[in-house]
Design a protein around this ligand. Structure first.
Ligand code: FPP
Length: 235
């Protein structure tokens, strides 16, 4: 029996969020520079995005660059930004073909102009697509996102706020919370990713390094998610 045949297509997670970790270790294991690990990671991104679109998953959020990633060597940051720009350039045709809409969460004002221009272009050109929403987290930090929301609310001079007020002022406004969170490479942390939104998500960790993460690994995560009994605090 193929792994995909074990998936119940009527119980798919609506929203999957992923920390794509392990590119550097993948490269190191092969004696390659880290950037080649990121490039191999880009191939995995392409594959997982297309697989989610085929499965009819509604939303896929990928952590592509965190607010903490600026601490990396300049050369690695530059290479990642160029990689992102070329990915978007190459991928536009496929995104359109697969009815995928691109969105960004995070403070993209700090990204290099070339990357921003490409992002704006692809967001605009895919804005009418109605299939998978591909949410890229770029220069994203969960705590910063919450503080930003609080500051928006303070400006409105409210006396008291409700949960909905806060969630409506996050980057993910209007997007349902992730049902399934996946982190690759054996690390078991949230690393400042979607702190508010992951409150009730099923957490799935795998030893597989991101460049090796393929459709069968995604199916395994979904099957594990479907085995779990989500109670949201009830009984
Ligand atoms: C973590 O691996 C990965 C990143 C910080 C960047 C993620 C970027 C990609 C997967 C490249 C392509 C992305 C898109 C959207 C086209 P790491 O470098 O921290 O690995 P390590 O922990 O083994 O060093």
């Amino acid at each position: 029996m193929l792994i995909i045949e074990k998936i119940d297509h009527s119980q798919l997670p609506k929203h999957i969020a992923v920390i794509m970790d392990g590119n550097g270790r993948w490269a190191k294991k092969r004696g390659l520079p880290r950037i080649l690990g990121h490039r191999a990671g880009e191939k995995a991104v392409r594959n997982i995005v297309e697989t989610c679109a085929k499965l009819k998953i509604k939303i896929l959020t990928l952590y592509a660059f965190s607010t903490e990633n600026w601490a990396r060597p300049k050369t690695e940051i530059n290479s990642l930004m160029v990689l992102l720009k070329t990915y978007l350039r190459k991928e536009l045709k496929n995104l359109l073909k697969n009815n995928i809409r691109l969105n960004v969460i995070g403070n993209i004002s700090k990204l290099p102009q070339g990357t921003k221009t490409e992002l704006d272009k692809v967001i605009k050109k895919t804005s009418r697509n109605s299939g998978l929403l591909l949410n890229l987290a770029l220069n994203y930090g969960g705590r910063q996102e919450i503080v930003r929301a609080v500051n928006f609310l303070l400006r409105k001079k409210l006396k008291e706020i409700k949960e909905k007020d806060l969630s409506d002022n996050l980057y993910t406004e209007g997007i349902p919370d992730p049902d399934l969170f996946i982190r690759t490479s054996g690390e078991k942390r949230l690393s400042n990713f979607l702190l508010w939104q992951l409150a009730y998500s099923e957490l799935y960790f795998t030893e597989v390094l991101w460049p090796d993460f393929n459709e069968n690994d995604l199916y395994s995560a979904i099957i594990e998610y479907q085995r779990r009994n989500r109670r949201f605090g009830g009984i």
